[in-house]
Design a protein around this ligand. Structure first.
Ligand SMILES: C[S@@+](CC[C@H](N)C(=O)[O-])C[C@H]1O[C@@H](n2cnc3c(N)ncnc32)[C@H](O)[C@@H]1O
Length: 411
């Protein structure tokens, strides 16, 4: 049986280079949080031509050893994987569905673009991967996110036209060698997902389709079949500096290991026919709990022993959810409950008073060391680079981070 990769390479001028570089290594890239200060400790950073917040860095780094990763300042993400959300262009106040969201590289990127006024619905088939997604949303301080365990088609049946924009970052063959039969089967699955997701898009809304597979059967062919089956939908060309065009001149984007140095990628933006406002997802707003530290744009309310921090749109959203916003505290100790680390970071990021420690002191605190009191006996703390660290606990004249925040081997 002929290999689908060989067929693809035969149609490219630089097909031999594609075959040689398809397994990587790809350029190591990181995305910088827009409101959490400067990246630090990633070696020399080169901006990506297509994304102002994206950088490649030359050194092998385990993100788990970086304070920037734990404080959400940095999100390690392939350069090509940052493209779909740029094509989607989420705007503050919009409702966006990420239909295949886990582990959350693009959900976090969307959530940060929406800010505290939008609503981000994250769907994914895999419960295990949804748990990682919840953590990533919290680590990045995304308060406008709801993680929903409902299948795409069912949600579209319950709430047709509820979204201004939908991202379908589809399951795909990745960089695996595949037979034409396998890529055709994958393409049919992707087409079904895209069709289900289209039901969520309001009239005049947009949908981005993307994969990290190089195969035409999972990319150009899926889009052509979708357009043939959905009259009125149109492909809206997207141009981003430094990217390639698709194989059929449809107006989609392509990224290649042998050209951009990234993993292979395809992304395109589709526009739904007509023009109508989105269907409302609002339910009953839970009563807000007042707390001097919580910015007006956010909402805090109790569910059992857990308090949650979220945007008002998330708090009132009527769809079923496993997680929404960020856990503020657990209240297990009665009145004197401890602020959850990621909630503390979200508050610092949004302007809560915090005192500053040096990067070295921050790393020491994170590793579990005590610190001689640098200022107020207890409170929120950030690093000199602007990274929100968390809430300190006092013990005599020494300060430490709550045990949940301790990590070792930071550099
Ligand atoms: C390419 S990954 C998504 C990566 C993610 N967008 C990110 O940037 O971190 C594809 C995801 O689709 C999910 N998936 C597979 N079939 C699905 C379906 N029918 N509905 C929703 N999600 C599905 C998988 O569990 C997987 O997490």
């Amino acid at each position: 049986m002929k290999d689908a990769l060989a067929a693809l390479a035969a149609g490219l001028d630089d097909g031999a280079d594609l075959l040689a570089q398809l397994e990587g290594p790809f350029a190591r890239c990181v995305r910088q949080h827009p409101r959490r200060g400067q990246l630090s400790g990633w070696g020399s950073l080169t901006p990506l031509p297509w994304h102002a917040a994206g950088f490649s860095h030359g050194v092998e780094i385990d993100p788990g050893t970086r304070l920037d990763y734990h404080t959400g300042v940095a999100y390690p993400q392939d350069g090509a994987s940052q493209i779909p959300v740029l094509a989607l262009s989420p705007q503050p106040g919009e409702v966006v569905v990420d239909a295949c969201a886990a582990p959350g590289s693009k959900s976090t990127q969307i959530g940060l673009a929406l800010g505290d006024t939008g609503l981000l619905l994250c769907l994914d088939l895999s419960p295990q991967r949804r748990r990682v997604l919840v953590e990533n949303l919290a680590r990045q301080g995304v308060c406008c996110g709801v993680v929903c365990p409902v299948p795409i088609g069912r949600l579209a049946g319950m709430h047709p036209g509820c979204a201004d924009a939908v991202l379908v970052d589809a399951p795909c063959s990745g960089h695996q060698s595949r037979s034409p039969k396998q890529t055709a089967r994958e393409g049919r699955r992707q087409l079904r997902l895209l069709g289900d997701a289209a039901g969520l898009v309001r009239a005049g809304g947009r949908m981005v389709y993307s994969t990290c597979a190089p195969y035409r059967e999972e990319n150009e062919d899926v889009i052509s079949a979708f357009l043939a089956a959905h009259p009125g939908w149109q492909l809206e060309p997207v141009q981003l500096p430094g990217t390639d065009v698709d194989l059929d001149g449809l107006g989609a984007l392509r990224m290649w290991p042998q050209r951009q140095g990234t993993e292979p990628f395809f992304a395109c933006r589709l526009r739904a026919p007509g023009d109508a406002p989105r269907a409302s997802l609002a339910g009953d707003m839970p009563a807000a709990e007042l707390d001097a530290r919580i910015p007006e744009a956010l909402h805090c309310w109790r569910r059992g022993t857990v308090r949650l921090l979220a945007s008002p749109a998330v708090a009132s959203c009527a769809i079923p959810s496993e997680a929404r916003g960020i856990i503020f505290d657990r209240g297990e100790g009665g009145g004197n409950s401890e602020l959850e680390p990621w909630a503390a970071q979200a508050l610092i990021e949004r302007g809560a008073d915090a005192h500053t420690v040096s990067h070295a002191e921050a790393c020491a605190l994170w590793a579990g060391d005590d610190l001689q009191s640098p200022g107020p006996a207890r409170g929120l703390v950030r690093t000199e680079h602007g990274a929100p660290l968390g809430q300190l606990e006092a013990s005599g004249t020494r300060l430490r981070l709550p045990s949940r925040m301790r990590r070792s081997a930071l550099v």
